[in-house]
Design a protein around this ligand. Sequence first.
Ligand SMILES: *Cc1c(COP(=O)(O)O)cnc(C)c1O
Length: 393
Amino acid sequence: MPRTALLHDVVARLRHVIGAADSFIPLHAPEFLGSERELVTQCIDTGWVSSVGSFVDQFERDVAAACGTAFGVAVVNGTAALEVAMRVAGVVAGDEVLMPALTFVATANAAYHLGAVPHFIDSAPDTLGVDPGALRAHLLRIGRVGPDGLINAETGRRISCVVPMHVFGHPVDMEGLAAVAEEFGLVIVEDAAEGLGSLWQGRQLGSFGTVAALSFNGNKIVTTGGGGAIVTNNESMARRAKHLTTTAKVPHRWAFDHDECGYNYRLPNLNAALGVAQMAQLGDRVAKKRRLAQRYIDRFADLNGANIFAEPKGAQSNYWLNTLILAPGTDETTRDQLLDGINAAGYMARPIWSLMPSLPFNAHCPCAPLPVAEDLERRIINLPSSAMLADRA
Ligand SMILES: *Cc1c(COP(=O)(O)O)cnc(C)c1O
């Protein structure tokens, strides 16, 4: 199919699914349909706008409940949540941290902030996330299990954990990954920033790792403006995460006693108020987004040259971002022409992130062969995905 014909076909189908682009339709807009105004006003009226307050405690309970974990710790953003999650899971300076090459840059940044080194692995075409089979093959080739755990024989560094990221809300094959983690003695830290509200085998994302990180940035499925959370079933990790992120202050009526170098990663009560109102809408939000995704899937079903990515087997995805996958072998030029045309038609469209090893500051990082990730990078276009679009056309 000629490129321009594909572009016209995609735009016509977009019009059917989400209506005419009378004004530019963004990729993902926040929605405030609940008690946001009331709860934020309550913070202002009572003066509880800053780093402590009842909404922080409530938000932590709500987030843990939504993830099916015993504990939740609210923090200032998802990147901070990932950093602290890795740290309480045992990552130390000089370690390597396994993560997909196809991820948002924050996953790698969080490892760097701890003095650790990202180590990139390939993705699976059916989940878009880490491929447990490819990971195992790579570790069998470069890894040595010794008394200190898994060592990268090529660099001499310890490999302490693996960070699966649930791309666009689609769950990683967590059963396959758990088996590889077990075989090589790796801790799993989930980057569930995009996965809130998704299920895998009936269980919530965020509950599979020893610890998991979430983001509540403005473009995520629910938002606190900016924010993040660490969730876990491990009580001592939860306590340590809370302690570290609140300046490591020893509780006392008046003394400033801090027992280690902590962070100020606290989520303000003002943001938590927004979060409490938003969490109450998570179920409705996911239902709407699943309805929108189904409309995309149905309407694009017989399209020539591309298809809409559907949730993996065993998964119930939140469909954070809808994904058009171009035919195998599509080159970057074709993708970019489509991106230009779709955006020009008033529908915001974006490519997937640049592969991590292609960013200059990651050039020195260890990296597995990436045949699938390199192919996917050229073939993915995200389409407008706000929940409100489910009822628009
Ligand atoms: C959004 C996101 C983050 C970081 O969250 P922030 O709140 O923006 O710091 C981390 N990982 C992934 C995969 C994300 O999508």
